[in-house]
Design a protein around this ligand. Structure first.
Ligand code: SF4
Length: 345
């Protein structure tokens, strides 16, 4: 089974309650089953025969996890309870026990894996993923930033590049999609790919190597690209509340967001009661808003309840997914880092 690769997490997390306060789902449902300890105990139960994939409640718990990797990041031993949860989903799918809603979503995203690139020139491309594309303000901000940097990227549009399939537990399909997108990039002659959604960037930086798929170009977030170009900004960003990104902080240990905030001369204020929790509303689970919108609403309301001044505070996030949840359900003034940067030109 895939979960066997996460022996440390199964054997240690099942006795540990140290990171329970970092389980976003546990914090809004007030349920022990949504903490790493109980999830690990349930995985152990698969071995002892006290649990099985026939238990629908167990499967539901696996598919409502926010997958922020917050607990792994802050665990003193970095036991990978997040990887364990992803592996369990893959085992569920292989056992033919995926819920109908998950099967439908996976089929839809597998079918969407087609892309086009515009007929422009040059070897710099921007992957305009579906989540970024759905936010017209973010798209306008990104275009403004490219124009200021005097770069005209070729634009790639299209569907899933493998992340959703991997997160839902469909590993062979995710790998096949990764191979297809890598071949597409190679055929298009892309040398630098700018990605404005941390989930898509993480697919290319971590999932593809895990699948043994070589990415034929350099992958950069827009902030890193613009700082590398030495783009000058006229205005200081002022007071903001930046929320750490699940993929950038917890999965990759990347501090690009904070470098960009310094670059923009932002006065970044502390948010909430601690800087450990994930406030990303299930960003790591990528399609949690499609599988369980009520849960995403509860997560966004939890974040909103921690804002000093919900109507006025400028909340800055890396991901268009998180922005959407915080604006729609949390009624917060959330913008992406790219929008903040564009407002400083
Ligand atoms: S991830 Fe670390 S802190 Fe969290 S339950 Fe496992 S051992 Fe404990």
């Amino acid at each position: 089974m895939h979960i066997d690769k996460f022996e440390d997490a199964i054997m240690n997390c099942r006795f540990c309650f140290m990171c329970r306060h970092l389980s976003a789902i546990g914090n809004v449902r007030f349920t022990e089953v949504d903490t790493p300890r109980i999830r690990a105990a349930m995985m152990y139960g698969l071995r002892t025969g006290t649990n099985s994939f026939d238990d629908e409640d167990f499967i539901d718990a696996l598919y409502r996890q926010d997958l922020s990797a917050c607990c792994v990041h802050h665990c003193v031993n970095h036991y990978d309870e997040n990887g364990l949860a992803l592996a369990a989903r893959a085992d569920v799918v292989e056992a033919g026990k995926a819920p109908e809603a998950v099967k439908k979503l996976a089929a839809k995203y597998e079918k969407s894996a087609e892309w086009t690139i515009d007929g422009g020139k040059g070897d710099v491309a921007w992957f305009l993923d579906e989540t970024t594309a759905a936010d017209k303000d973010v798209v306008a901000a990104v275009k403004k930033l490219f124009a200021a940097a005097k770069v005209t990227p070729r634009i790639i549009t299209g569907g899933c590049i493998g992340k959703v399939l991997k997160v839902l537990g469909y590993l062979p399909e995710a790998k096949a999609t990764a191979e297809k997108f890598a071949a597409f990039l190679k055929d298009a002659g892309v040398k630098t790919l700018i990605v404005t959604n941390p989930a898509a960037a993480n697919a290319l930086k971590q999932d593809y190597p895990e699948f043994g798929v070589e990415v034929p170009c350099k992958v950069q977030c827009l902030s890193g690209f613009l700082m590398g170009k030495g783009l000058k900004f006229k205005k200081a960003a002022g007071e903001v509340y930046a929320l750490a990104d699940d993929f950038q902080r917890n999965y990759e240990g990347c501090g690009c967001m904070y470098k960009m905030l310094d670059y923009l001369k932002a006065d970044n204020k502390p948010f909430g009661t601690n800087d450990e929790e994930s406030y990303c509303c299930g960003e790591g689970a990528v399609v949690l808003d499609k599988l369980n919108p009520d849960l995403v609403k509860a997560l966004a309301e939890y974040v909103a309840a921690r804002a000093d001044n919900p109507k006025k505070d400028c909340i800055v996030v890396a991901s268009p997914y998180t922005k959407k949840a915080l604006v729609k359900y949390g009624k917060l003034k959330a913008i992406t880092l790219d929008e903040l940067a564009a407002s400083c030109l």
